[in-house]
Ligand binder design. Structure first.
Ligand code: ZN
Ligand code: ZN
Length: 303
């Protein structure tokens, strides 16, 4: 395998779940490494970034990397206080995330390491930490380009369109797809004919917009946290039912989909069932989508 690859270090949503029943899929929270030669891009800094950091400490060639954060919910930043390269001089760590100013991004990361929540603060980070202005829309890191967009999740949350080695990777860890559709259908009885028509138009436009955000993806890594039963209870929490994720990927013409941000309540057997159900949907729709379960440790060659 070459040096241009994608590797999943953490695939769970919400909280780490290192339970014996979950280890085929993996227990660490969101962290994906995208590597092109000496350039390393990390999507999110959940607990999966901890073993990645330890692996970095075992090599000497690379001393710089970039982290892009989708948002600041714990499952996406909880690995940073234990990310060893941040504590080591001669490392440079570039960080990008949502916010108005660099100071705000820094504050969001400082907060989780402040007393009484953690023994040492980010002032003990000896690496050169470079906060990229959050107003940037088009980010370049060596041969990798990154474009952000907002997704449907509480607070400001980004999805990222990443171009690397002629491949388009779209990373959307937390997103409730087809939210408007679900909201309208739930209340459809309350609307008169004219309102229904208006909402249908709105809904169609919104869905077209959502599809545009993921279209052209060679690889889509997308939130697929809920089963239909979970989704009924947690509509509005900002996560997708896997059925909607698969259907959206098919409608957008995505090539390969990695179901991601797995619910900690779902053990390996439950995620196997989700996978089988997704294959059934793809077959029934005679679609060419290739669908996988994102698993911790999985490495995909991008060359
Ligand atoms: Zn999350
Ligand atoms: Zn979140």
């Amino acid at each position: 395998m070459g040096k241009t690859y994608l590797r999943f270090w953490g695939v769970r949503g919400s909280y780490a779940s290192p339970f014996a029943t979950h280890l085929k899929v993996g227990g660490n929270t969101s962290c994906v490494e995208i590597r092109d030669g000496d350039h390393i891009l990390l999507c999110d800094a959940g607990s999966g970034i901890i073993p990645f950091g330890n692996e970095m400490m075992a090599q000497v060639e690379i001393r710089e990397l970039m982290i892009i954060l989708t948002h600041y919910h714990w499952d996406h930043i909880c690995g940073l206080p234990f990310f060893v390269p941040a504590f080591v001089p001669n490392w440079k760590i570039n960080i990008f995330g949502p916010g108005q100013t660099k100071a705000e991004v820094k504050q969001n990361l400082d907060s989780q390491m402040q007393s009484p929540y953690f023994p040492v603060g980010t002032e003990t980070w000896m690496a050169d930490i470079n906060y990229i202005p959050p107003t940037e829309t088009n980010i370049k890191y060596g041969p990798i380009t990154i474009i952000r967009h907002s997704v449907h999740h509480p607070g400001v949350t980004y999805g990222y369109r990443i171009k690397v080695a002629d491949k388009t990777i779209i990373y959307v860890s937390d997103n409730e797809c087809q939210y408007l559709d679900k909201s309208i259908k739930q209340r459809i009885g309350e609307f008169n004919a004219e309102e229904q028509e208006m909402f249908e138009t709105m809904n169609r436009e919104e869905y077209e917009y959502e599809l545009k955000l993921i279209s052209g993806a060679d690889i889509l890594i997308h939130d697929a946290q809920y089963t239909p039963e979970d989704y009924i209870k947690k509509r509005g929490w900002g996560h997708s039912c896997y059925i909607d994720t698969v259907n959206s990927a098919i409608d957008a013409g995505v090539r390969e989909l990695y179901l991601y941000h797995h619910d900690p309540n779902n053990n390996d057997a439950a995620i196997d069932r989700i996978y089988s159900d997704c294959q059934k949907i793809i077959q029934e729709r005679s679609a060419s989508l290739i669908c996988h379960i994102a698993r911790e440790g999985m490495r995909i060659d991008l060359a």
